[in-house]
Ligand binder design. Structure first.
Ligand code: ZN
Length: 47
């Protein structure tokens, strides 16, 4: 089964689900990311 990345729009064999939080730290929504975008997101967390 292929997933469609919700960031870059590419299809990927494997995907990671992340949780986006709003400014108050409240769980906002889920996103499905391909491995590449997932790594970028991890980097953005660390600053
Ligand atoms: Zn992606």
């Amino acid at each position: 089964m292929a997933y469609t990345c919700q960031d870059c729009g590419q299809e990927s064999e494997s995907a990671s689900t992340i949780t986006i939080y709003d400014e108050q730290g409240v769980e906002d929504r889920l996103r499905l990311l391909c491995p590449e975008c997932y790594e970028e997101w991890l980097y953005s967390l660390k600053g």
